[in-house]
Write a protein that binds this ligand. Structure first.
Ligand SMILES: Nc1ncnc2c1ncn2[C@@H]1O[C@H](COP(=O)(O)OP(=O)(O)O)[C@@H](O)[C@H]1O
Ligand SMILES: [Mg+2]
Length: 239
């Protein structure tokens, strides 16, 4: 497929992001095409979360360009970035523990997007049956894996065309990770683009098309996931 701009949902160019005086990202580049699933691999502290916060406008870059569907977003606040159709599931999985599952979903509701069937709680319960069975229960009674599913489902209520997931499989039991993988593949089939950060290479290999490796705030490798060399992964990602 030609790598032209029209196909890019998200384009990040020469991103430089700081915490105060400390520079964390150095000329970082990446792209995500429509209905593509891309993984950002890297060890703890490499800059994955910082990259996502920069894209979302939570920690705007000091220099660089971020384009979502041909709109410059590097100066937009998070609510505007979300309103353009970019959903974000942060690593801390914050749900409202005293609200029911249904109410948690309602919190995420946003207007439908032209050309896409709008997400409803009923449609989401088909995708996440565990949540449907417990729709009237308080969010706080869910297991870690179910809470992770709920944060993803709530993000989908905003009808995003692309979602960014920060280490979605972290701390989940293997059987839940498998369920999550199947769910992400269904989303992809429905045309949603996905960018995720991961340290679980098997999970990434199962769901993703393309991989970037981030090391000390820069991208040091990019390839289709099936041709990711094991030695590159060992060198830059192993703990
Ligand atoms: N709030 C913060 N203030 C200062 N430095 C931070 C802050 N959050 C993260 N960092 C630093 O930024 C670097 C990248 O962190 P992060 O993006 O969280 O990495 P990753 O998500 O890949 O584990 C690390 O060196 C970390 O110590
Ligand atoms: Mg992180």
């Amino acid at each position: 497929m030609p790598d032209n701009n029209q196909q890019s949902m998200l384009r990040v160019e020469s991103l430089n992001t700081y915490y105060g005086k400390a520079q964390i990202l150095f000329d970082l580049q990446l792209k995500v095409h429509r209905a593509e699933m891309v993984v950002l691999l890297g060890r703890n502290g490499a800059g994955k979360t910082t990259t996502f916060k920069s894209i979302m406008g939570i920690l705007p870059p000091r220099r660089g360009r971020i384009t979502y569907k041909d709109v410059s977003i590097e100066k937009l606040p998070p609510f505007k970035t979300c309103a353009l159709g970019l959903g974000y599931v942060p690593e801390d999985r914050r749900i409202f523990s005293s609200l029911s599952i249904l109410e948690n979903l309602e919190v995420g509701r946003q207007s439908p997007r032209h050309g896409f069937e709008a997400w409803t709680p009923e449609r989401l319960f088909e995708l996440f049956p565990n949540l449907g069975e417990r729709r009237h229960q308080a969010g706080g009674t869910l297991s870690g894996g179910e809470q992770q599913m709920l944060t993803i489902a709530r993000t989908l209520m905003g009808n995003p065309e692309m979602i960014i997931l920060d280490e979605p499989s972290e701390g989940l039991a293997p059987v839940i990770v498998d369920q999550l993988a199947q769910t992400l593949l269904k989303l992809k089939k429905g045309g949603v683009s996905v960018l995720l950060a991961e340290q679980n290479l098997n999970f990434a290999r199962f769901v993703c098309d393309r991989a970037y490796i981030i090391y000390q705030g820069s991208i040091c490798h990019e390839s289709p996931i099936e041709s990711l060399p094991g030695e590159e992964y060992e060198k830059y990602c192993s703990i």
